[in-house]
Design a protein around this ligand. Structure first.
Ligand SMILES: C[S@@+](CC[C@H](N)C(=O)[O-])C[C@H]1O[C@@H](n2cnc3c(N)ncnc32)[C@H](O)[C@@H]1O
Length: 195
């Protein structure tokens, strides 16, 4: 895999919301261990984490959802250049619409890395699309430490932080999942859907 700095589109963004190093390693390790045939990713950006997963296990197919056309186009270029043509589908859509209209699809592994304030809304839909025994990994759930902090939350972050708190409670209290939360990077959860 090439470095993320070499990805098409990397330089055209000032803010680059790409999975951080330790979380990326965790994601990679779980794909290697789990060998999922069908992966769903919510939040493509320029295709870096999709590339990591495709590279980690050559038997997987990744369906990845991205709202913005320029990102989706760059991701297709990057994943094609990396030699993954035929093993991925970048869907330019609003993730919630896609999840609602594709409830019949089943995945072995889901990486949730889209808009943080929406995770709580996505949870029942992705739970339904994850096979029993499948893995759900959710990135950025502690949102710069604010989710577990007692400090005053600025108005601009309040909805995201409140929604992430609700999401973590729903995920950890769900008896169909076994969930671990890691505090490194921006906080990442790993859940296994019980068989
Ligand atoms: C954190 S970034 C994804 C980073 C990528 N997983 C990686 O690590 O390389 C989140 C992405 O979700 C996209 N996004 C935001 N809202 C969305 C929505 N409603 N539906 C689909 N994608 C959305 C953003 O445009 C952004 O590219």
């Amino acid at each position: 895999m090439k470095e993320k700095e070499e990805f098409v589109g990397f330089d055209s963004h000032e803010y680059r919301p790409i999975v951080r190093n330790k979380s990326m390693q965790l994601l990679k390790d779980f794909v290697i261990a789990q060998k999922p045939a069908q992966i769903l990713e919510i939040g493509t950006f320029i295709g870096y984490s999709a590339g990591i997963m495709l590279d980690a296990f050559d038997g997987c197919h990744v369906t990845t959802l991205e709202k913005y056309e320029d990102n989706a186009r760059d991701a297709v270029k990057n994943l094609t250049e990396l030699g993954f043509l035929g093993r991925f589908e970048v869907v330019c859509c609003d993730a919630y619409d896609y999840l609602q209209t594709n409830q019949n699809r089943q995945f072995d592994f889901i990486f949730l890395d889209g808009p943080k304030g929406q995770y709580i809304k996505y949870l029942p839909l992705i739970k339904n699309m994850l096979k029993k025994g499948g893995i759900l990994i959710c990135d950025d759930i502690l949102f710069y430490g604010l989710v577990r902090s007692n400090q005053h939350i600025e108005h601009k972050h309040r909805t995201i932080v409140n929604n992430l708190r609700k999401f973590i409670a729903a995920l950890t209290e769900d008896e169909d999942f076994e969930t671990q939360i890691h505090e490194f990077d921006n906080g990442i959860s790993v859940s296994r859907k019980k068989v």
